[in-house]
Ligand binder design. Structure first.
Ligand code: DX5
Ligand code: ZN
Length: 215
């Protein structure tokens, strides 16, 4: 079954506890957490003082997607949330290899994210060291954007790179995911899907999550 990681960015922040109750009741595997700094991406979302409370209320492992420059500055804060996955952007790290090792040494699963304009081949020398690759299927910064079709080719390329190198990295995709784009992504080789707007704008979010799991 597909791993489903609903993105908190599209939740109703005025009713965060209820939204997290829904996630806890649902078949979601992880909760996707989009941290933005207003520098790497043109938006600011939420920071660690808020996430401390989210981590307390959420029973699902956190899939933390850091859209911030030099994310290694926050390894301790991310770890303190009890996080399973720390996801950093290739484009936001000066020394991606070192950062991946630092995340592993801190006891978390390192994941590397690529923007739509970054080719899969840049991962060649680190693919054996990461537990997951997140391909952005929109430019990061906002929920509710249109899926970029070219991502399907990147999923296939990444799948081939993983097979060639014997890496165990999972393939996750984030941005514009719904039942239709999700089905095509799974067919291309995606194993984990992030969905924000599609889940939280629904009147029946638990059903939507269950549907994504069965793609
Ligand atoms: C965008 C974020 C996404 C976002 C996805 O920068 O990384 O996780 O929440 O939202 P949807 O699923 O609405 O495209
Ligand atoms: Zn994200």
């Amino acid at each position: 079954m597909t791993i489903v990681s609903p993105s908190l960015l599209s939740a109703d922040f005025g009713h965060l506890a209820e939204e997290l109750d829904m996630i806890n009741r649902s078949e979601a595997d992880w909760l996707h957490i989009d941290v933005m700094d207003g520098v790497f991406v043109p938006n600011i979302s939420f920071g660690f003082p808020v996430l401390k409370h989210v981590a307390k209320l959420c029973r699902k492992p956190l899939d933390v997607h850091l859209m911030i420059v030099d994310p290694e500055r926050y390894i301790d804060e991310v770890k303190a949330l009890g996080t399973k996955i720390m996801n950093v952007h290739y484009e936001a790290c000066r020394h991606i290899h070192r950062v991946v090792q630092q995340i592993r040494a801190a006891g978390m699963s390192p994941a590397v994210t690529l923007n739509p304009g970054t080719p899969v081949c840049v991962l060649k020398d680190i693919i054996g060291d990461v537990d997951m690759v997140l391909l952005m299927s929109v430019n990061p910064g906002f929920g509710g954007q249109k899926f970029i079709e070219h991502t399907l080719l990147k999923v296939a390329e990444l799948k081939a790179l993983i097979a060639e190198t014997g890496s165990k990295a999972l393939i996750e995709v984030d941005g514009g995911v719904n039942a239709e784009t999700g089905a095509r992504l799974v067919e291309a080789g995606a194993q984990a899907l992030v969905a924000g707007n599609y889940v939280f704008s629904s009147k029946e979010p638990e059903k939507v999550i269950a549907g994504l799991k069965r793609l």
